[in-house]
Write a protein that binds this ligand. Structure first.
Ligand SMILES: C[S@@+](CC[C@H](N)C(=O)[O-])C[C@H]1O[C@@H](n2cnc3c(N)ncnc32)[C@H](O)[C@@H]1O
Ligand code: SF4
Length: 375
């Protein structure tokens, strides 16, 4: 099983919290040149490559014009064998959707849209620098449904400064009313260099306390589970059989090519990442060069540790026998003592041949998992 990620680094406006690589551009000529380079990169992929998942992410893919979106779909069909594709996702910001663009995605083969709503609370949307209101976000969701999309994800963010617990819970209830197949519920991360992080560091906004965040996380989890969503990954919930196949590839050490600036690939045991700059990316491709610098080949032990930590993000945990079969390492040989300590501290659980994060550890998973990456 393999996947293709396509990074479209264009946004209408930069959100205050986001450090995904994107530029704010309406310069259609730059976008045309970018698509020309993207096509060159796609043509360089092995001819035998037939992904089972495609994910067009960003940035905001539908931030380009309807004609350009149609051109993007055409470029993919013209250069990639899509005969094996079972899930084809595209990310969208509700402020960038219209009926034309939704129709182009649907008719072009996209069968899953991930809609960044973030919150239904107007003040929070303003603080996040979003270009849409809650009402526009709901309209965008309905537009996708009306066009026939039966596999939709909504991205939400919790722990947004200024939101009371009742507002957080209202968001969780609202999203279940919309009834998407999948919900990604992220905790707000203060990324270095973002406007949001500056505002926090200079005291203009005050994040909720850790205890408040943890309480919200578990209350949201209970609401979503009560509405029939399985909590299958630290930040992800889905209706039965609607887990995101493309992201499962990342968590289960699958192979994928990433094209576009800042996109990463994992292929034949090697990892490589494209330059994080649209101008340099295009310059390199137009000069006939590779868009990435170093190819990283991890030693087998580091690779096995990385795999363990990614797989542990899934709430049903790691199948210990399968892990050993796939990596050649038993989990105990890799980090037995650390694991014993964490089991004793009730951060990890061993159950029926599996190792998984305990319920209590879900909220502090980053701290727990980072312990296991180090030898
Ligand atoms: C590429 S965006 C999704 C599509 C579109 N660009 C949009 O924003 O609507 C990926 C998602 O990552 C999440 N995200 C980005 N930065 C984040 C941060 N600092 N903390 C938490 N979630 C974040 C947001 O939920 C966002 O919807
Ligand atoms: S969250 Fe989405 S719309 Fe906002 S800057 Fe990031 S990629 Fe662009």
């Amino acid at each position: 099983m393999s996947g293709l990620y396509i990074h479209i680094p264009i946004c209408i406006a930069k959100c205050t919290y986001c450090d995904f690589y994107s530029v704010v551009s309406r310069d259609w000529k730059t976008i045309d040149r970018f698509f020309q380079c993207l096509e060159t990169e796609l043509k360089r992929l092995p001819t035998s490559f037939a992904p089972e998942t495609i994910f067009i992410g960003g940035g905001t893919p539908p931030a380009v014009s309807a004609e350009q979106l149609a051109q993007l779909i055409e470029i993919i069909h013209g250069n990639i064998d899509v005969s094996q594709v079972r899930e084809w996702s595209c990310e969208a910001n509700p402020g960038t959707l219209d009926r034309d663009k939704v129709g182009i995605l649907r008719n072009g083969g996209v069968n899953r849209v991930s809609l960044g709503i973030q919150s239904f609370h107007e003040k929070a949307l303003k603080l996040l620098g979003r270009i849409h209101t809650a009402e526009e976000a709901i309209k965008g969701f309905r537009m996708l449904r009306d066009a026939g999309f039966d596999n939709l994800n909504i991205d939400l963010i919790q722990s947004i400064p200024g939101m009371k617990t009742e507002d957080v819970l209202a968001d969780a209830r609202k999203v279940t009313e919309l009834d998407p197949e999948h919900i990604s519920y992220y905790n707000l991360i203060y990324e270095p260099g973002t406007a949001m992080t500056r505002d926090r560091d200079e005291g203009r906004i005050v994040p909720p306390s850790d205890d408040e965040e943890a309480d919200n996380y578990f209350a949201v989890k209970a609401i979503l589970e009560g509405a029939g969503y399985g909590h299958y990954e630290i930040s992800n919930f889905s209706k039965p059989a609607a887990e995101c196949r493309h992201n499962l590839l990342y968590w289960k050490n699958g192979e994928y090519f990433g094209v576009g600036p800042a996109a990463h690939s994992h292929w034949n045991g090697a990892r490589f990442g494209n330059v994080r700059d649209l101008g340099q990316y295009c310059g390199r491709l137009l000069d006939g060069k590779k868009p990435f610098d170093e190819v990283e080949r991890l030693d087998p032990e580091t690779k096995a540790r990385e795999f363990l930590v990614m797989w542990l993000r899934l709430t049903d945990g790691v199948d210990l026998e399968e892990f050993e079969l796939l990596t050649g390492y038993s989990v105990d040989a890799l980090c037995g003592t650390d694991i014993e300590h964490m089991v004793a501290e009730r951060l990890l659980q061993r159950l029926e041949g599996r190792l998984r994060l305990s319920n209590d550890a879900l909220f502090i998973s980053n701290a727990v998992l980072s312990e296991l990456v180090q030898p």
